[in-house]
Design a binder for this molecule. Structure first.
Ligand code: SF4
Length: 621
């Protein structure tokens, strides 16, 4: 059933009430599809409109919003994505995460662009959504306690292997605030949506369908896709570097620039990180290259396996760069085998690798500094570099047991518990642990972490690392003038990658003109390249408004103390630190149209972006 004459989308939203086991469908307006594109944009608008302020993220009122975009289930390379929004139990703020694999395409084939889940089931269930309008609430008591691989296998054996599943592991069931969802071996990683699923007794969502959308202009689409493949072939990042090494290729550049954080950011990981580079990973552990979606020529996905030694048998799809940083240099572990093991464990248990690794690294530093002692940790010798203790803790975090239950709280809460001056070493922004790019040697990343919509994420609020390291026109140590770079990368990511939707790695190699051809071919709209930035700005304002309604102010846009008070200890960024972050914020707020005092979006910008309803919500809070 089509509820709106739209191209590239069904125009349909499915609401599922877990408590009463009822469903309802709604039309998505053409105006919302135009203004917000899809995915992250639509989800952000629904979050602000439908989620009351101040609710408990683990309470029944919280929502889980699964969404797709106009390019999903098309032949655009890397368009196989879906987005999940919820209020984060980790930050208490807005959150979203994005995953690839095959779930997103199948979700759209159910005839829905968006599925909103509310309430709490009285017992463990999984939901099965099909395109004939049926939604089944299936018993999941036999799945409770199972890891993410077994859960998917069992569900597929029950409903058919042509379905697709996204699910939580034990970490989500145990309400770990940074628990994630896994589909296949891919993660909806950050923000703790896994714990929200667990709080609702919802083990998994399964989808199956065959309903395709009509494209507005197949010829325009075909030409744009052809151009896109050519561009991907010509860009060295998509044609060679990502194809050969995956995202871990980043590690060498960061190491060479002295911005790869080591030992919980007490040092720059330099020569010793040679042992955990992407080259080492490929040489010693590589099994095969894969594409997470049909037709993606980049094939950045790698299967790695450990074939000998203590960790023999461990295998993972990855680890991505962020995982190598979190369990490798940040924990002082310069051995790829236990890092692959940690990645495998996190995927099976349903844990975000960045928050898990950085929280363990924080405990290691607190132990080293005598802020906590061996009796507190119950984890043996939790020294930097102790891979065995690190891996034991990963499991204990997921099961919320022993000292793992403390680490499961994340660095912000651990610091509050440990006291002393431990908050200075807790590497998070708004409760979310930082990705692996030291802003002391690439200042734009400071704004990304502190002012991004979901806390210390390295890309939702922009991503300046590649430009700051590789563009000779940009002084990576400069603070002044970084705001346009941050806002520009943020807006393209929010619109094209997270709302369109196209994989961010694929998007590196595509020109704005080409992706606009894809979007217009799919939707029949007349988007211009500048709309990527306008729509991204609009989405960012809605996200900011959500957080401001939750009480966020300028005082919350802060970085860990260490980045402002301690210079980088050695290497090419030696001595670097953030000098005048308030001035950087002034510049960024002014560019974003945020009030310099409160940090809230200002009326004029909201009006210019055609979202006056956001102004009304903010003014009545
Ligand atoms: S570039 Fe990598 S993550 Fe992106 S669609 Fe291709 S294989 Fe998947």
């Amino acid at each position: 059933m089509k509820t709106a004459r739209t191209f590239g989308s069904h125009g349909r939203l499915l609401k599922i009430d877990l408590a009463h086991q009822v469903i309802q469908t709604e039309k998505i307006t053409a105006n919302d599809l135009r203004l917000f594109m899809g995915g992250r944009g639509l989800g952000a608008a629904i979050m602000l409109r439908e989620l009351p302020a101040g609710i408990d993220p683990l309470g029944e009122e919280n929502l889980l919003i699964f969404s797709t975009g106009p390019l999903v289930d098309s032949s655009v390379p890397g368009s196989n994505r879906y987005v999940l929004h919820t209020k984060s139990p980790q930050t208490g703020l807005y959150s979203f995460s994005v995953s690839g694999g095959h779930f997103g395409d199948m979700l759209k084939k159910t005839g829905n662009d968006v599925i909103v889940i509310k309430g709490k089931a009285s017992r463990p269930v999984y939901i099965f959504v099909e395109d004939d309008g049926r939604v089944e609430f299936k018993d999941a008591s036999h799945l409770w306690g199972k890891d993410t691989a077994d859960t998917q296998d069992i569900i597929l054996s029950e409903i058919g292997t042509d379905a697709r599943v996204t699910c939580i592991g034990p970490a989500g069931e145990n309400l770990v605030p940074y628990a994630c969802l896994i589909n296949e071996r891919r993660a909806l990683g950050r923000g703790g949506a896994g714990a929200v699923m667990g709080s609702k007794n919802l083990k998994a969502v399964a989808v199956r369908g065959r309903t395709s959308v009509s494209l507005a202009d197949a010829k325009v689409m075909k030409t744009a896709i052809k151009n896109g493949y050519q561009e991907l072939k010509q860009n060295p990042m998509t044609a060679k570097i990502l194809k050969t090494y995956g995202s871990s290729n980043m590690l060498r550049g960061l190491m060479n620039n002295g911005v790869l954080p080591g030992n919980n950011w007490t040092e720059a990981a330099l020569d010793k990180a040679e042992s955990i580079t992407a080259e080492q990973m490929r040489e010693h552990f590589h099994v095969k290259d894969m594409a997470c979606s049909a037709g993606c020529p980049v094939k950045c996905t790698k299967m790695f396996a450990v074939s000998e030694g203590e960790y023999q048998g461990a295998q993972s799809e990855g680890p991505d760069y962020e995982t190598v940083y979190a369990f490798g240099s940040c924990c002082g572990v310069y051995d790829l085998a236990p890092i692959i093991k940690a990645d495998e464990m996190c995927d099976l248990l349903g844990l975000d690798t960045i928050s898990t690794g950085v929280s363990i690294a924080f405990a290691m530093e607190c132990l080293e500094k005598g802020i906590i002692d061996a009796d507190d940790t119950h984890a043996g010798d939790l020294a930097f570099g102790n891979a065995k203790a690190m891996l034991r803790l990963v499991e204990d975090v997921a099961y919320n047991r022993g000292f793992g239950a403390v680490v499961a709280e994340g660095t912000r809460n651990m610091a509050a518990r440990f006291g002393s001056d431990s908050h200075k070493y807790a590497m998070h922004a708004k409760g979310m642990e930082l990705g692996g790019y030291d802003p002391r040697g690439m200042k734009g990343m400071g704004l990304v972490y502190a002012c991004g919509p979901r806390g210390g994420c390295h890309h939702a609020g922009g991503y300046t690392a590649i430009a700051e390291m590789m563009n000779p026109q940009i002084d990576r140590f400069a603070e002044k003038g970084k705001a346009p770079l941050v806002a520009g990368t943020r807006n393209r990511r929010a619109s094209l990658c997270d709302s369109g939707l196209i994989c961010a790695f694929v998007a590196i190699g595509l020109s704005d003109e080409t992706v606009i051809g894809m979007l217009n071919g799919a939707t029949g709209l007349d988007y211009q390249p500048s709309d990527l930035h306008t729509i991204g700005d609009r989405i960012s304002q809605v996200e900011r408004a959500f957080n401001c309604r939750e009480g966020l102010t300028r005082e919350d846009d802060v970085l860990p103390d260490r980045l402002l008070s301690e210079g980088v200890s050695s290497g090419p960024s030696q001595g670097g630190k953030i000098e005048d972050f308030e001035a950087m914020k002034d510049e960024f707020y002014t560019l974003c149209g945020w009030d310099l005092k409160t940090g809230a979006p200002m009326d004029e910008r909201l009006e210019a972006l055609d979202i006056t309803w956001v102004k009304e919500i903010l003014n009545t809070k």
